[in-house]
Every structure is written in structure tokens, then in C-alpha cells.
Design a binder for this molecule. Structure first.
Ligand code: SAH
Length: 357
């Protein structure tokens, strides 16, 4: 537990007051704010401040709401995973993926998770608490700092690719259920849009299917991508894998989700983890096809990332392709999610879990 004030959480006026209170001129507040907006992880990087001020600030305050505890680079050369510590000692995970279409950050919306999905590592330690807007936003700035460091983006010549050094996509698919923390998630997305200029279409919210939250997103009315973690084609099987299905049935979830995408002119993303011998049979593929026939959606098949504490099996390459072929024959857009950073435990919650044990 660190109880120093976090400058990133202050308004401009509060920051100015703080700077004046330590005997500094007001313009220093603007300089500090500029560094904070770029995700400066500490004061020593703030080279335009005098050294004694940097030292004083270091003793009195912190820059961001989260601090990097561990940084893991995947051997794929494209994926960096951060274990971050919040001010109250809770830990969260954030993943940066450098892809051909840009730099994507996978953000956590809660410390832990209450949803209890049987295949997932994030939920094993239960829910600690919701993250604030700033805690979500600072995950993105942590990734942005990783990409750009202390260089201002105006000075960068990124191999002809304007996205090379900026976060271009954000997926709210890390630990936690964003639609149990809907207002902060909405505030966070608004900040991505206004402060970092990230387009709505480059933001994705993934949910296990909280119908009231999906309706709140519909009322909010911006054309983000919505992903539903379906993982089973029937209520009977889904209820065994995902307790939330006892509250909201598949038909209700899909009705709310298709309503969202039709109002926002988007395509619904359906996430379907393949668990060998559980939900990957020919019959399951047929049932899923029937459920999604003629619907405006894209199915992402995700071979399960194994979690030691969980008793499932990853599917073979053959069964993944067999499943995909059946969906495609039935006219359902389907792709297989390329897993990134498996060597660094990119499946939900694994890094945080390993840290605790
Ligand atoms: N609560 C939200 C977002 C977090 S989970 C949701 O349910 O969508 C992000 C995605 O990762 C979900 O589709 C989730 O089911 C999936 N996931 C969880 N554990 C996994 C694992 N071990 N292997 C592959 N995908 C996993």
C-alpha cells in the first residue's frame, strides 16, 4: 500500500495547487501534465524539470495509478505483457500486441473477476474490485510509453506507418467483466476517443453476456465493437461452463447483442473457446451454425489456453479446423484466433495468478 498522491488523478487545477504548495512556479504544473498525458512511469524521465524538483516529486508523489511490477516479452517478438500494481496493492494484467494493422492493447476492467467461468484463470481468486476510469486509461498509457518512451510523437518517423508508435486499437478483454463496471468502462472509452483520438470502431468490449450492460451500451450509442463470449451453443452446456448463463439465457444475450450491432451498424463478434471433448464436437458445430444462421456476426474460434488449475483439454489442430469447416459450410463467417504470447501466459489472469502462488 502506497499512500502518496497520484498526480495523474488530479485535475489541472489540483495539480497546479500541488505544484505551488511545494514552492514551484505554476508553469511547472503544465510541464508535468504533459508528461503524465504520455504515461511517464516516474519523475526521472521528466528531463525538462530541474533535478532537485524531480527528486522532491519522487519523494512526495507518484505519476500514474499503476506501476509496472513485471514485464514479459514473448518470443514471438510482438507481444509484451505487463503485470501492474495499483495503489492499494491489487495487481492487474495488460497486454500490448504489435500487429500488422497497428498496436493493440488488451485492458483489464476489474482486479479479479466474479463471473466464475470454469475454464478461466482470472476468476480463480474472485473479484477484488472494479477499476476506475483512470486505472483503465493508464494501462493504455503504459503501453503507449512502451512504444514511444519519452519521444514526442511529432519527432518520430515510423517506417512510413503512422500507427507504429501509437496505440491504435483497444480491446477490453483482459481480466474482469467490463459490463459489471459499465459506467467506468464507458468513461474510459470516451477518454480514449477524446484524449488519444482512438476511433470508436477500434475499440472492442468483450462480455460474458450481461444483458442490462449491453442495453446500457446500446443507449450510449457509439459504434464500438461488441464481442460476446458464447463458448457453447446450448443453454444446458453453457450453464455448465459459465454460471452467468443461469441469469441470462443465450437467446436473451443474443437478442440484446444483435440489437446493439444493428443500431450501430456493426458486425457482432462471437467468441467461442474450443475445449476438447466438451464443446468441440461436430454436433456442437451444427448447433452453433443453427443458432447463428443468417445473423450479422463473425465467429472467433479460440483454442483453449491451458490453465493448470483447470481440468480441460486444448483441442487438436484437426478438430479446430473440422469445427471451422462446418461453420463455414453453413455460411457463418469464422476465423481462428491466432494466439499470441502463449509462452508468457497470455490467457486471462495467468500471470497474476502465478504471482500470487
Ligand atoms: N469478461 C469478459 C472479458 C474478459 S475474458 C468476457 O467474458 O468476455 C476475455 C476472453 O478470454 C473471453 O472470451 C474469455 O472467455 C476468454 N478466456 C478466458 N480464459 C481463457 C483461456 N484459458 N483460454 C482462452 N480464452 C480464454
Amino acid at each position: 500500500m502506497i499512500d502518496k498522491p497520484i498526480l495523474f488523478n488530479m485535475t489541472d487545477a489540483e495539480l497546479e495547487q500541488f505544484i505551488v504548495s511545494i514552492g514551484q512556479p505554476k508553469f511547472r504544473a503544465k510541464q508535468v501534465a504533459e508528461w503524465l498525458s504520455r504515461g511517464a512511469p516516474n519523475f526521472s524521465v521528466m528531463k525538462n524539470l530541474p533535478e532537485n524538483l524531480r527528486n522532491d516529486l519522487d519523494n512526495l508523489a507518484r505519476t500514474m495509478p499503476c506501476t509496472i511490477i513485471k514485464k514479459l516479452e514473448s518470443t514471438d517478438g510482438q507481444t509484451t505483457k505487463f503485470l501492474l500494481e495499483l495503489n492499494d496493492g491489487n495487481q492487474i494484467e495488460t497486454v500490448l500486441m504489435r500487429t500488422s494493422y497497428g498496436n493493440s492493447v488488451c485492458v483489464s476492467s476489474q482486479a479479479g473477476c466474479a463471473m466464475g467461468c470454469k475454464f478461466c484463470a482470472s476468476t480463480l481468486l474472485g473479484l477484488k474490485r472494479n477499476l476506475t476510469q483512470n486505472e483503465m486509461f493508464s494501462q493504455v498509457l503504459t503501453a503507449q510509453w512502451e512504444l514511444r518512451g519519452d519521444k514526442d510523437n511529432k519527432n518520430i518517423k515510423p517506417n512510413g506507418d503512422p500507427n507504429n508508435n501509437d496505440v491504435s486499437h483497444v480491446v477490453i478483454m483482459g481480466t474482469g467483466e467490463p459490463l459489471q463496471n459499465t459506467q467506468n468502462t464507458i468513461g474510459f472509452m470516451e477518454k480514449l476517443h477524446s484524449d488519444l483520438g482512438i476511433g470508436w470502431r477500434k475499440i472492442t468490449v468483450s462480455t460474458c453476456g450481461i444483458v442490462t450492460g449491453i442495453r446500457e451500451l446500446t443507449d450510449w450509442g457509439h459504434p464500438i465493437n461488441l464481442a460476446i463470449s458464447l463458448h457453447a451453443p446450448t443453454d444446458e452446456l453453457r450453464s455448465k461452463l459459465m454460471p452467468i448463463n443461469n441469469k441470462y439465457k443465450i437467446s436473451e444475450v443474443l437478442e440484446a447483442a444483435f440489437d446493439f450491432v444493428s443500431k450501430n451498424n456493426r458486425q457482432l463478434m462471437i467468441e467461442y473457446i474450443l475445449l476438447a471433448g466438451t464443446n468441440d464436437s461436430v454436433e456442437n458445430a451444427q448447433e452453433l451454425s443453427n443458432l447463428l444462421q443468417n445473423k450479422n456476426c463473425m465467429v472467433n474460434l479460440i483454442p483453449w489456453n491451458s490453465v493448470t488449475e483447470r481440468d480441460f483439454k486444448s483441442p487438436s489442430g484437426n478438430s479446430v479446423h473440422r469445427f471451422q469447416d462446418i461453420l463455414i459450410k453453413n455460411g457463418i463467417h469464422t476465423r481462428i484466433r491466432r494466439e499470441r504470447g502463449q509462452d508468457i501466459g497470455s490467457a486471462c489472469g495467468q500471470l497474476r495468478l502465478n504471482q500470487k502462488s
